[in-house]
Write a protein of this length. Structure first.
Length: 340
């Protein structure tokens, strides 16, 4: 049981296609405990019930049932897009087919009588990093999460840049090769189709099928179609030459893409997170060194390229960050006993 006291906290909720994660987050971005429950993506009512269940689990674990409105200032939810952050509506996410024009924020607010904020996971993660993580102290932040896909978020002066309708900052779907592979979004040559986890795995499998020798195949039990980007990363860490070649190619793709980002936005910092993003950390310096070849900005190498702070907890922290204006600073005599 976790006992908390002091000024208000925020509940951050991360909704995915297979799971809902929720956690108690302080107003300085510290995650004090979290739970995970299965997500039902195919049915709207069942999906909402999964979100409610996760929040209730946080309430129960933190013993907040009698003090909920006093100690919780709001609930922030990040979910896959497309969605309308201003209206709090999930519009049409491919991996949540049960939610179509679903008023998620209003439904959760109705259940708990608290303010609820909703945004996409890339935006929310960027805001958490800008407020409390690797982007703290920087005015303009560009954050990307490189995993199964590539999500991005842009934060200017502490505010998410949403664009005219809330659909801005889909940086993972910017094309860097119009003759490249088709992306899941339907376009050709998106950076997501070239540098996300499945693309890394695909290129490794193609090189092995063409006769390349690699320990990656052993990790996949001899099945090239079972290769994952995680296996490529493990092989690279063990000194595998083919794995290194694949990741160096990925670094080139990311360099071309980030050169465009710098020319367009010139952020104060570039933050890279996600599973595949973490795997690329040994190549950050190489990316920075290559930037002048792909960027007209003469100050491009002055921009720090850093690893994200929150890692797998980016969604929980990001959800909470959406509500940061609702919470006050934690005071000095706040006490927490966390036994989750």
């Amino acid at each position: 049981m976790m006992q908390i006291s002091g000024n208000p906290y925020i509940i951050g909720v991360d909704v995915g296609g297979t799971k809902v994660a929720a956690g108690l987050v302080s107003s300085c971005g510290e995650i004090r405990g979290q739970v995970r429950t299965p997500m039902v993506a195919s049915d709207a009512a069942a999906g909402l019930a999964a979100v409610i269940s996760a929040i209730d689990s946080v309430r129960s674990t933190a013993n907040l049932k009698s003090q909920f409105q006093d100690l919780i200032s709001g609930i922030g939810i990040c979910a896959p897009g497309p969605l309308d952050p201003r209206a709090g509506v999930v519009v049409n996410p491919p991996n949540l087919p049960g939610w179509r024009n679903f008023p998620l924020a209003a439904e959760v607010s109705k259940a708990y009588h608290l303010p609820v904020r909703l945004d996409n996971d890339g935006n929310a993660a960027a805001l958490a990093e800008a407020l409390w993580g690797a982007g703290r102290g920087y005015r303009n932040v560009f954050c990307t999460t490189v995993g199964t896909g590539i999500g991005t978020g842009i934060v200017f002066d502490g505010r998410i840049y949403h664009g005219r309708t809330g659909a801005a900052a889909e940086g993972g779907h910017t094309t860097i090769d119009y003759r490249g592979p088709r992306c899941g979004c339907g376009k050709l040559g998106c950076i997501e189709a070239l540098a996300a986890g499945p693309a890394i795995a695909r290129r490794a499998a193609e090189k092995i099928a063409a006769g390349g020798s690699s320990s990656i195949l052993e990790l996949a039990a001899g099945r090239a179609d079972h290769i994952t980007s995680e296996m490529v990363g493990r092989a690279y860490a063990a000194g595998d030459a083919l794995a290194k070649e694949v990741l160096q190619e990925t670094a080139v793709f990311l360099t071309v893409w980030l050169g465009n980002i710098v020319d367009l936005l010139e952020p104060d910092v570039i933050i890279i997170g996600g599973g595949a993003g973490s795997m690329m950390r040994p190549f950050f310096e190489e990316i920075r060194n290559r930037l002048p070849s792909w960027c007209v900005n003469s100050h491009c190498q002055d921009i720090p390229l850093v690893a994200a702070h929150y890692g797998a907890d980016a969604g929980i922290a990001g959800g909470a960050a959406l509500c940061r204006g609702l919470a006050v600073d934690v005071n000095a005599n706040l006490t927490v006993s966390n036994e989750i």
